[in-house]
Unconditional design. Structure first.
Length: 373
């Protein structure tokens, strides 16, 4: 019976790939034993049990880079936790006796994968971004396999890393969603569809720029818009009203706090305006969607910028840095794309060329190989 231990957390970008791989393993081997190790108090403590997997936590924290008196105290605690978390991780590994340990990033994967390496258990780490996180970069030297979402990350890993490009695991609902079926279900007509969002919380800069785009678009009604303004963007409908755009008079605009049927909306879209999180970009590639990407500058190592540029270099996306984002700039980029006979289509085709659609199968094959050693 296959026994696989996963470690990762802190953000959905670390948790979701682990859950996708774990789900695929269970589909292939229903009797497989899965254990997920996460940080105590992290969002994985809620998400993993909800997905139906066994969960154990260890106490771990990261270093605060900004030097304040409060953060110095936090960093002292972090140093102490480096030792205690290693002991906790070793105990969990000894009790579970995994065939393979897989780390998907975040502070918690560090002590777990390091202990597994010391215990000669086969290990894999998965890096979802074009610019590797510090934990994965450090672990790549000794991990049995270092799995990469994109080739660009290889040159930034340890020179001794055993790298394999597998892509990012993508949800089946996204893989299977079809354009025409989705458009019909959403009640959309033949006009081009623009999908825009800034994450579940919302991004003020994106909301403000998209508002200007909507005002401009309301004059011609040339486009259909699907936009999610997020938890902190509830002011957006009022802003549009102030600018003379009544949503009840513009049925081609579907504006809401959150998009619950994202696979359907993504499949229906011609152009997507969004951040550059690794999992979002993988979904764009699988669906073959052209995009205007606005990387968040507020993430570790500015990795969203590197993710976005990996697409830009291959002609699969237009990148606007947040410091350069204005409503007028967004309007210009959108119009420029749609004025070219194949502007949006070419972006989408190049995005699809980057897609890896059998990521789960590739990773599962490596898991079985390591487990049989």
């Amino acid at each position: 019976m296959l026994r696989v231990l996963f470690a990762g957390g802190g953000t959905a970008g670390h948790i979701n790939p682990a859950l996708a791989i774990a789900g695929y393993v269970k589909d292939q081997q229903p009797d497989a034993e899965i254990l997920y190790v996460g940080a105590k108090g992290g969002m994985e403590e809620r998400l993993v049990p909800a997905a139906g997997f066994a969960f154990r936590s260890i106490v771990i924290s990261g270093f605060q880079r900004k030097l304040t008196l409060k953060n110095i105290g936090r960093n002292v605690k972090t140093v102490a936790r480096m030792f205690t978390s290693s002991k906790e991780a070793k105990k969990i590994i000894e009790e579970f006796r995994p065939d393979v340990c897989i780390g998907t990033g975040g502070y918690v994967s560090g002590p777990v994968i390091r202990e597994a390496i010391k215990m000669n258990i086969p290990t894999m780490i998965h890096e979802s971004n074009a610019f590797p996180g510090k934990t994965n970069k450090a672990l790549s030297r000794h991990a049995t396999y270092t799995l990469l979402a994109v080739e660009d990350a290889k040159k930034l890993m340890d020179q001794n890393a055993n790298c394999v490009v597998t892509g990012n695991p993508v949800r089946q609902e996204v893989m299977l969603a079809e354009r025409e079926t989705s458009r019909a279900a959403l009640g959309l007509d033949s006009r081009p569809v623009i999908l825009s969002f800034g994450g579940s919380l919302g991004a003020r800069s994106i909301n403000e720029a998209v508002a200007e785009l909507l005002v401009h678009s309301a004059k011609t009604k040339a486009f259909q818009h699907l936009h999610s303004y997020g938890q902190y963007g509830k002011w957006m409908p009022d802003l549009l009203k102030e600018k003379g755009v009544a949503l009840e008079d513009n049925p081609q605009m579907h504006i809401s706090e959150y998009i619950y049927n994202m696979p359907e909306c993504l499949a229906a879209a011609d152009l997507v305006i969004c951040r550059a999180g690794a999992m979002t970009l993988s979904e764009l590639q699988v669906q073959g969607k052209g995009a205007i990407l606005i990387p968040s500058p507020n993430v570790a190592e500015n990795h969203q910028y590197h993710n976005a540029m990996a697409l830009s270099r291959r002609g699969a996306a237009i990148v606007i840095e947040e410091k350069d984002l204005t409503g007028q700039r967004l309007i210009q980029e959108v119009e420029k794309l749609f004025q070219k006979p194949d502007g949006v289509r070419k972006l989408g085709e190049n995005a699809r060329k980057m897609a890896i659609t059998d990521t789960n199968a590739r990773i599962y094959k490596l898991i079985c190989e390591l487990a049989s050693r």
